[in-house]
Design a protein around this ligand. Structure first.
Ligand SMILES: C=CC1=C(C)c2cc3[nH]c(cc4nc(cc5[nH]c(cc1n2)c(C)c5CCC(=O)O)C(CCC(=O)O)=C4C)c(C)c3C=C
Ligand SMILES: [Fe+2]
Ligand SMILES: [Fe+2]
Length: 337
């Protein structure tokens, strides 16, 4: 039996041209797990968003693009290469949107004679717009191309003690003396997605303090999982409550998204005299547009304009050896299962 590993990340446009960004956003924003309201997906996205956003997004991408390409893709390639050097099975890389596409990579995997596949969605927390859409897309392709392929998935690892050890260590190494606030900025999602993802439809956002009261719904509750990641890190770093804050970034559209918003939080901190801030983005394991542009450029400016003085973003785990070894350990666990 030939075994292989498939890493899957979100994906980027092929280039920073407005037409490539438009094609990428079209695929991304017509995914029903990202834009779940049919009217918005079928009318507002094609008629409004795809006519306005690509130019603005292309400019943002241009500010972080390197000679090698998109930071998200280049770093993901390095992660795959390094993991491939640490484990016996061949490691492949695909992107949920754009290239290398899941369809093409699975086709290549099958041509290479693979009969058993371990898929690692590169997201610590579960969201229908991240982890779930990867699982669904991979399964759709496998069902079309080779339904009898043996496939397993790494589960969201937001509360795995080994992952939390590595994340906390990496944050601790980037947290200078005298930091006033460590901001945990997670990619936001519409609040509604918490309700949609709750199989009981009776817990998330229905019960007071839903995210901190034990419930089976937490297996698919993005906010709960974000908060558990924070809890694991601050316990390890022994950070007192007044030294850290949790917020959500990257809101799109008019619906309410998870709050508090990162940009408003940083403006408030600046106004209130908070001088030294570090921001970490633990919804991502790879630096990308959302960390390198939205946080390192835009959020920094917002904080400094409001009176803040010392701002930096803490890098994602990227190619950190400890992170690659963590992934290798998961692969070993699969091989021995
Ligand atoms: C935790 C991972 C992510 C979740 C959950 C997520 C939800 C989500 N995203 C959008 C809309 C956009 N996101 C964009 C970029 C982007 N998003 C993630 C991850 C998650 N998104 C990453 C890693 C990136 C960066 C990609 C890169 O190439 O570096 C973008 C594109 C850029 C832009 O135009 O701003 C959009 C659009 C929605 C609507 C959503 C949940 C409903
Ligand atoms: Fe996103
Ligand atoms: Fe919850």
């Amino acid at each position: 039996m030939s075994k292989a590993v498939l890493l899957v990340n979100l994906g980027s446009p092929d280039s920073t041209s407005v037409s490539d960004v438009k094609r990428y956003l079209d695929e991304f924003l017509t995914d029903e797990r990202v834009i779940d309201k049919a009217f918005v997906r079928k009318v507002i996205v094609p008629l409004i968003i795809l006519n306005t956003r690509p130019k603005k997004s292309a400019e943002a991408y241009a500010s972080v693009w390197t000679d090698e390409g998109s930071p998200l893709i280049v770093t993901s390639e390095h992660q795959a290469e390094k993991l491939g050097q640490s484990v016996a099975p061949k490691v492949y890389l695909a992107m949920r949107y754009g290239n290398p596409s899941i369809a093409n990579v699975i086709s290549q995997i099958l041509k290479d004679g693979v009969t058993s596949l371990y898929v690692i969605p590169l997201y610590p927390q579960y969201a229908m717009s991240s982890y779930e859409t990867v699982v669904v897309k991979v399964m759709e392709e496998i069902n079309q191309q080779k339904p009898d392929l043996d496939v397993s998935f790494l589960q969201p690892f937001y509360n795995d003690p080994d992952y939390l050890d590595i994340l906390a260590e990496s944050i601790g190494e980037n947290l200078p003396e005298g930091t006033d606030k460590l901001v945990f900025s997670f990619h936001g999602i519409p609040e509604r997605h918490l309700r949609v993802s709750d199989p009981s439809h009776a817990h998330c956002l229905c019960v007071k303090d839903c995210c901190t009261r034990a419930n089976p719904a937490h297996a698919t509750c993005y906010k709960h999982q974000c908060l558990m990641t924070v809890k694991g890190v601050v316990e390890r770093l022994k950070l007192p409550e007044d030294k850290y804050f949790v917020s959500f970034q990257s809101r799109l559209g008019r619906d309410p998204w998870l709050t508090p918003y990162t940009d408003a939080t940083l403006a408030r901190f600046g106004r209130e005299g908070v001088k030294k801030v570090r921001v970490v983005c633990p919804a991502f394991v790879t630096d990308c547009l959302e960390t390198l542009e939205e946080i390192a450029e835009e959020a920094k400016e917002i904080f400094e304009d409001a009176g803040g003085e010392d701002f930096a973003v803490i890098p994602c785990l990227n190619e950190d050896d400890r992170w690659i070894q963590y992934l290798a350990k998961q692969v070993e666990g699969w091989l021995n299962s």
